[in-house]
Write a protein that binds this ligand. Structure first.
Ligand code: BV8
Ligand code: ZN
Length: 267
């Protein structure tokens, strides 16, 4: 049987220092961003090409004020994004993280993403810092509202206005269950994420531009505790130059399976 490493093109062999850290890690915490879903066809926010916000000004759609002014525009945009994610599949990066978690390490996945691709790729206990596309709630009383098939069947489009439903409890407007700019992150997920980042023995930062706070401050928490941080991203980010960060210029769907395959190799 040929060793797995022979199936991996030299391009994808993990850097030796990253491989050594991964092999010795017993508690791994991941912080992921839109980049980990890019190879599933879900557009990123600030990427060069298909950036989601290339079409929209984030202040245009990612703040409470806009929803109050034009709920149908915002609701239509999020419905469209939910239908896009439902057509997407978890990629090899999502699946490799889930597989790693089954190899006896304590794996905590913290994500800024509002898609469910980590869960569909097999990860459990995923911590969502910015909410979820699939957990709408009442903008007035906060009651959760089921994102059911009817809603998803609507032919929402990026510029299509769709009137949001009303809350059965108080008749308030139903809004996307996400965190917009200027809104506080949910406390419990943020606390759990900060704890996971400061008590692990390896932090992986995958597919994020590291510009949105307070999420972008989490890897700095690991560095403050002298925990090694590996950043997997084809581009460099403000995090890349921090002392203690190993930047691996690779995509998630190539790097993570390669890391797992190499870890399985005899040392
Ligand atoms: C807060 C909503 C307290 C859901 C998002 C002034 C006023 C108010 C606030 C602020 C202010 N100044 C600063 C702030 C704080 C603000 C902030 O950080 N602003 C930044 C932009 C300067 N943060 C907030 O407002 C947060 N709340 O602070 O509350 C508060 C309250 C009141 C007043 C002040 C403070 C709320 C932040 C959450 C905002 N909501 N989205 C949605 O629609 O999705 S943010 C949005 O950006 C998404 O959630 C996304 O997750 C997040 C980060 O983006 P990334 O995931 O990193 O994606 P991006 O496209 O940027 O990068 C992709 C990366 O992947 C790239 O590096 C690329 O190279 C790489 N990549 C591409 N392909 C691959 C890949 N990597 C690997 N493999 C590949 N194949
Ligand atoms: Zn309500």
């Amino acid at each position: 049987m040929k060793p797995a490493s022979e199936f991996i093109s030299p391009l994808e062999m993990p850097p030796q220092d990253v491989l050594a850290l991964a092999r010795n890690a017993r508690r791994v915490t991941v912080l992921s961003g839109a980049g980990i879903s890019a190879e599933s066809g879900v557009p990123t926010f600030r990427g060069p090409r298909e950036a989601l916000w290339a079409e929209f000004d984030p202040r245009e759609l990612d703040s409470v004020g806009v929803f109050e002014r034009d709920p149908a525009l915002v609701w239509g945009w999020y419905l469209w994004r939910a239908s896009q994610v439902r057509c997407a599949q978890p990629n090899a990066g999502h699946r490799a993280l889930a597989a790693w978690g089954l190899r006896g390490v304590a794996m905590t996945v913290v994500t800024q993403n509002i898609d469910d691709l980590h869960e569909r790729g097999g990860s459990t206990g995923v911590i969502h810092l910015h909410g979820s596309l699939f957990a709408p709630r009442c903008a007035t009383c906060g009651q959760p509202y089921p994102m059911n098939e009817v809603l998803l069947a609507m032919d929402a489009g990026p510029h299509k206005r769709v009137q949001p439903p009303h809350c059965p409890a108080c008749n308030g407007l139903i809004r996307p269950g996400v965190v917009w700019f200027g809104e506080n992150l949910p406390e419990e997920p943020l606390e759990k994420a900060a704890n996971a980042m400061s008590t692990c023995d390896l932090a992986l930062v995958i597919g994020t531009s590291s510009v949105v706070y307070p999420a972008a401050a989490l890897p700095l928490e690991a560095l403050r505790h002298d925990i090694p941080v590996v950043e997997i991203n084809p581009e460099r980010t403000p995090l890349s130059d921090h002392r203690g960060v190993l930047h691996w210029a690779e995509t998630a769907a190539r790097a993570l399976p390669a890391l797992l395959a190499s870890m399985a190799e005899k040392k």
